[in-house]
Write a new protein. Structure first.
Length: 134
């Protein structure tokens, strides 16, 4: 549209703790903000859940994850603001390609469902980094 300015930002830091060779408990935080002219939408999601790792080779590890958590959202449109909160869940899978001893490139796909007054589904591909400590 002519004269429409759309900006979008999203971030997804997470922290995991290995419970064994293949299982980890992951805690994550999603933040997404979309601005379109004077309208704004913000979503924050805090989730946790298990991740199962399957080594493919010495350099590649596949994983499957499922997370459950809570969401908070805000939509401001036409000068009216509405705040909301609800339940969120996510399923994903991907691979980690080991780059160095303590870091990896993370490639995956995930589906996130946010249940608030307006339910939202997001399916996306993502690229990220992973860092490990001992």
């Amino acid at each position: 549209e002519k004269g429409v300015d759309v900006k979008q930002f999203s971030g997804r830091p997470f922290l995991g703790y290995f419970l064994g060779d293949r299982w980890a408990l992951v805690v994550g935080y999603d933040y997404e903000e979309v601005k379109r002219d004077k309208d704004v939408s913000r979503t924050q999601v805090m989730m946790f859940g298990p991740t199962y790792y399957v080594p493919i080779s010495n350099q590649v590890i596949s994983y499957f994850q499922g997370n459950l958590g809570s969401s908070r959202g805000m939509i401001r449109s036409g000068g009216v603001q509405r705040d909301d909160q609800g339940l969120a869940y996510e399923f994903g899978m991907g691979i980690k390609i080991i780059l160095r001893k303590m870091s990896a490139l993370d490639l995956g796909v995930r589906w996130v469902r946010v249940n608030e007054a307006i339910d939202r589904d997001r399916i996306g591909l993502y690229v990220g980094g992973a860092f490990f400590t001992r």
